[in-house]
Design a protein around this ligand. Structure first.
Ligand code: PCA
Length: 211
């Protein structure tokens, strides 16, 4: 049977929850072809945990998920860059600035998820989504880049990518930021899983941005 590894992150930056882990847990709890692993928001440990999970589960598809507080919609990421520039310390107190994720690695990797088909499917279900062209320069981009590097080198044929989800309403209540309920984020993730398992060639509709 096809197997799907989904990862979410532990809370970081003073938050008590991380909607990425909440949504991933909800989805994997009801789908038997999926497993969930929680990644530490720690530069020195996130990729070790991810590699161990891939070695253990040998998935056909890997989707890593993170929180993007302030974004209004679910955003499948298109590009991972070989750069860490941490705006805040990670959960171990480390704040690397201007270092590569993988020394000597290519400058960037593209996702191998059909991100446009995913966004279309999510929007058709009445949920907000758009293609993102930057996963930032913090732990999420590190995990996305590290995932694509690992799959490219050691697991050819395994598809993978990264998705950011907004704050939950509970988190957003303390700010003016937009939010999405965890069960709706989980629905969007399920559409991404199903689309990635069924669509081999992405749509060619425009999904770019002007700036
Ligand atoms: N979001 C952060 C790291 C962990 C998470 O959930 C990011 O976007 O880099």
């Amino acid at each position: 049977m096809t197997s799907v590894l989904l990862t979410g992150f532990e809370p970081f930056g003073g938050e008590r929850v991380n909607p990425s882990w909440q949504a991933v847990s909800l989805l994997t709890g009801r789908r038997h072809d999926t497993v969930a692993v929680e990644l530490p928001c720690v530069f020195s440990r996130s990729l070790v945990t991810l590699r161990d999970a891939i070695d253990e589960y040998r998935p056909d598809l890997v989707i890593c998920v993170g929180q993007a507080g302030g974004r209004p919609d679910v955003t499948p990421e298109r590009v991972a860059i070989n750069l860490i520039d941490a705006r805040i310390p990670d959960n171990a107190g480390s704040q690397p600035v201007d270092v590569p994720v993988i020394p000597g690695g290519p400058n960037a990797y593209f996702t191998t998820l059909p991100v446009k088909a995913c966004v279309t499917g999510i929007k058709d279900a009445g949920l907000p989504a758009s293609v993102s062209h930057t996963a930032g320069t913090y732990v999420c981009n590190q995990v996305f880049y590290g995932l694509m590097h690992l799959l490219d080198n050691d697991f050819p044929g395994v598809r993978g990518g990264f998705v950011h989800v907004p704050y939950t309403p509970e988190q957003a209540a303390r700010t003016t930021a937009p939010s999405l309920a965890v069960h709706r984020a989980a629905e969007a993730l399920e559409i991404i899983v199903d689309t990635a398992l069924s669509v081999t060639e992405d749509l060619s509709t425009p999904a770019g941005t002007l700036h």
